[in-house]
Write a protein that binds this ligand. Sequence first.
Ligand code: WQD
Length: 343
Amino acid sequence: MQKVLVTGGCGYIGAHTIVDLINNGFDVVNVDNNMRSTTKLLDGVEQITGKKVRNYKVDLCNLEDTHAVFHENRDIVGVIHFAALKSVGESVNEPLLYFQNNITSLVNVLKCVKEFNIPNFVFSSSCSVYGNSAALPVVEETPLGEAQSPYARTKQMGEQIIEDFSRVNPTQSILLRYFNPVGAHPSALIGELPLGKPDNLVPVITQVAIGKLPKLTVFGTHYDTRDGSCIRDYIHVTDIANAHTKALQYLLEKRNGTNCEVFNLGTGMGVTVLEAINAFEKISGMKLNYELGEPRPGDVIAIYANNTKAREKLGWEPKSGIEDMMRTAWQWEVALRDRVLNN
Ligand code: WQD
């Protein structure tokens, strides 16, 4: 059984990816310092797959501790690197925290990938590297715009670091640019666990609906879009997860053309904030308490993907539409409440 090392697997996308990797026959070990997560989602992974995933509670900014993990797992066929701080808003206020954490951890992981000759590396990147791209939908060759936040800049820098590393090392790499990951595993045993008040739209919607938050504010309704609110390419987290398995298989089967390739992971469908709210109201049968408010500084007006390259080269096919995303996000929120009530 081929073994994969995942970093940041206690997080939302990491945990869903571990489920998909196990379901596709891989053995997984995880590294996560739980700075912004707990091992709760790994418990959910075990309930879903029956597999207990070992977590090395290690700070990847500590090279010695990171090296020790690789030393103990020299048989891995690849690394999937999720571990990073990812709050756009926080990064604006704490740029040095973001550069120190996100860049140091990446460089340390790459140093170990090099020393232990790990053949394959998959990196968690983001649509935020495009900035306020004018040309929509964006393709992988779309020139990157000015990063709208230090978080986005750490993803742009991360991509460049890996490209430069790939020029002089045999490791084969893939950069996956996520659009807006939302929703939860259909079992409702894992999902998004924002610490504190969420920033992202879908957890705000479900927390308003369940009564944890009083109301949702729509940030801006006079943009030059079909209904005035921002457009995003929301993509189900299980589709994002499967793309990682497909990317690793693509490298393992040596189907890649060059040793550093980029892929957009979006549905190709742009959805406005108001349309997302309507989709939630439709699947939940609830009327959401929201108000129309001022634009949020730093927001991109519209972005959505051309995902042809991932479909054709990785054989990846996003399966869920916006209603499935809202349905599973809502089922997860209800499961969280019931678990609290029953414990
Ligand atoms: C979506 C839309 C808001 C909350 C970020 C990162 C991106 C990726 C996904 C990691 C926007 C609107 C939101 C609210 C609202 N993360 N909104 N009221 O900013 O598109 O993307 O998360 O890879 O890198 O940048 O996601 O969910 O915060 O916002 O109206 O209470 O919802 O204005 O138009 P965003 P988001």
